[in-house]
Design a protein around this ligand. Sequence first.
Ligand code: FES
Length: 159
Amino acid sequence: MNGSVVESVESIVERHGFHEHALIAVLQDIQRTRNWLPPEALDAVMRLLDVPRSRVYAIATFYKAFSLKPRGKHVLQCCVGTACHVRGAQQIIDRLGRELGIGPGETTPDMMFTLERVRCVGCCSIAPVVRVGDAMYGRLTQIKAGNLPKKFREPAARD
Ligand code: FES
């Protein structure tokens, strides 16, 4: 497992170049492929780019796009901006939490889903909204929210 993490980091670094200037691009690619930044991957980045640990962790913790905790294959980002809040975002989060058996900031044991609260995702007209990857699910009700994980568990059931 660790060997494959290091090998994949090596191939990412080869694409971007063995230089500190490539640090953010390399971290973005690791985040994209693994959905988080595993410690062994960060160790490999330090070694391959010859960047101090403090610099790598400063970047990895500064940008919200990076996660130092394992995240599920599908990250359900529940908007809690003002428009979504007044249209029941908390009930949507609660419904998803019950469906998945986790709370905000947590990941299901099978690593399929992570539930997160996020600020306005720019689709206020269809509040309340949940973003999953590039897709936005709007005008959610508790019933629709409860059915959302099924779309990702059972691809054939998509509408
Ligand atoms: S407040 Fe939720 S999309 Fe803007």
